[in-house]
Each structure stands twice: as structure tokens, then as C-alpha cells.
Write a protein that binds this ligand. Structure first.
Ligand code: DGL
Length: 264
């Protein structure tokens, strides 16, 4: 029997949990290591060099843990660090990009909500140019990801009106994985649908594992669906890790993880 694939999922904080959810649903035979850089969140207004160095630190840990592939579950880090990570690490690296393509398929006027780093990236500009049929308005929200992180972790209300621009749109691109936590609120705010790249990312990961012949088709049973509950490290389906102070232990308690993401 071949080995169970181990996949690293990285984000500046809790946003990547929404990507982990999709990956775990699509790949029942995989195990995951989740690294949220809670110490340095938010990344959205940091320099490219800082983001690259934080991201590489996480990926070094993935390498030491023997991950077979990794996902940059963060649009901001993908925009500035993906190329360097791909050159430097031996395993496949899957990045994320705002779901501009999905929005362009059904919208004429779409709001693209992103962090400042993503807003200023060549990657996003190039992406939007490929879909001239849709009028995109890019809005960079410097404090929204941090506000969502605080609100989710302390279960406190968030005033979206402080962070969102007014306007009429027929679609909103959630170009930061943190925003997926408040998808319904954003849909109510604008009265239109939203788009994110989470499912597409999970599909790319699946394809990537298959292309690299990582894992196996001969698992007939999905892995334990108990996630972290009562399982020892070897059995855990998701291992939460982080650098100094190991903040994930308290930040991503399994209760919060299961409750907020409705995983089970
Ligand atoms: N969740 C991240 C993203 O998708 C970044 C949020 C932040 O740290 O600013 O862009």
C-alpha cells in the first residue's frame, strides 16, 4: 500500500482554514498540516520581502515534516512569494488567485475585494486584463482581514460598512481567504453573489498530486473523519503547527475550527 499524502496548507492566519475545508472535502485520503502565521498577521500591507521570508519559514517546516505538496492558501502571499517558493522547495506548490475568471463568466460589473499587496500586484492586473468583457473595480481593504481575524477569534461583531466601498455590483470577488468567513454578510451588503478561488485551488491540488503520482488510488476508505478529536498525532487528519509560542494551539482549537467552518 502506498503512503497517505501529507499536504501543507499555509496562510497568514485563519483565512486558509476556508481552503483547508475545501481540500479536505475533495481529498478524503489526504492528511494536512495547517500553518497560520498568527504572529505576523495581517500580511496585506507588509513588504514583499517580509512576506517572502515569513512564507519560507513556514515552508521550511513543511519540508522538515515531509509534506508531499503545499498550498499557499493566501492570495497576498501567492502574489509575491509563489515563484520563489516553487524554485526553492522540492514539492509541488499550489497558489491562489482572486476568482476573477469565475466572476467574469457571469458578471458585467464586479467588485474585486483584496488586500493592498494583492491590489498592487502585477499578477492581479494581468488576470483582469484577460477578461475585458467584465468591468472590474478593485478595492483594497487594508484592515478587513485583521478585523475578520479578530471578530472570528473573539466571536465579536464586525462592522463591514467601515471596510467596504459603496456601489452597485452584480458580483464580488473575495480576493482574500479571510473574506470567505463573512461571505453571507458581504452578499447581503451588496445584494449580489460572491466568488472565491477555494474550490478551484482544491481541484488544482488534486490534479497536482495525481500528476506527481503522490498518494494512491488504492485507498478504498477515507481517513478517519474525527479530525483532531481524541486522536493521537499519528492519526490526526489535520495537524496545526506554527513557529514560536505555537499560537495555533489556542487559536485553532478544534471546537472553533469545527464550529466556524461547519466541517462535521
Ligand atoms: N488571507 C490572506 C489572503 O488571502 C491575507 C490576509 C492578510 O494577512 O492580510 O490574502
Amino acid at each position: 500500500m502506498k503512503k497517505t499524502p501529507l499536504v501543507g496548507i499555509f496562510d497568514s492566519g485563519i483565512g486558509g482554514l476556508t481552503v483547508l475545508k475545501e481540500c479536505a472535502a475533495l481529498l478524503p485520503d489526504c492528511r494536512f498540516v495547517y500553518y497560520g502565521d498568527h504572529k505576523h498577521v495581517p500580511y496585506g500591507s507588509r513588504t514583499a520581502e517580509e512576506i517572502r521570508s515569513f512564507t519560507e519559514r513556514a515552508f521550511e517546516l513543511f519540508l522538515r515534516m515531509g509534506t508531499d505538496a503545499a498550498v499557499i492558501a493566501c492570495n497576498t502571499a501567492t502574489a509575491v512569494a509563489a515563484e520563489r517558493l516553487r524554485k526553492r522547495f522540492p514539492f509541488p506548490v499550489v497558489g491562489m488567485e482572486p476568482a476573477v475568471k469565475l466572476a467574469a463568466e457571469s458578471c458585467q460589473r464586479a467588485l474585486v475585494l483584496v488586500t493592498p499587496v494583492t491590489a498592487n500586484s502585477r499578477r492581479l492586473r494581468g488576470l483582469m486584463l484577460r477578461f475585458p468583457q467584465c468591468r472590474f473595480r478593485v478595492h483594497s481593504a487594508p484592515d478587513l482581514a485583521a478585523a475578520i481575524e479578530r471578530s472570528v477569534l473573539s466571536d465579536s461583531p464586525l462592522s463591514l460598512a467601515e471596510h467596504l466601498p459603496s456601489g452597485e455590483f452584480d458580483g464580488v470577488v473575495l480576493g482574500c481567504t479571510h473574506y470567505v468567513f463573512v461571505r453571507e454578510e458581504i452578499e447581503r451588503f451588496y445584494g449580489c453573489k460572491t466568488f472565491d478561488g477555494n474550490y478551484g485551488t482544491a481541484q488544482r491540488l488534486k490534479k497536482c498530486l495525481k500528476t506527481a503520482k503522490i498518494g494512491t488510488d488504492d485507498h478504498s476508505e477515507p481517513l478517519a473523519t474525527t479530525w483532531n478529536k481524541g486522536a493521537n498525532t499519528a492519526q490526526k487528519r489535520v495537524i496545526f503547527v506554527n513557529s514560536i509560542q505555537n499560537p495555533n494551539k489556542c487559536v485553532y482549537s478544534e471546537q472553533m475550527f469545527l464550529k466556524k467552518l461547519k466541517i462535521l
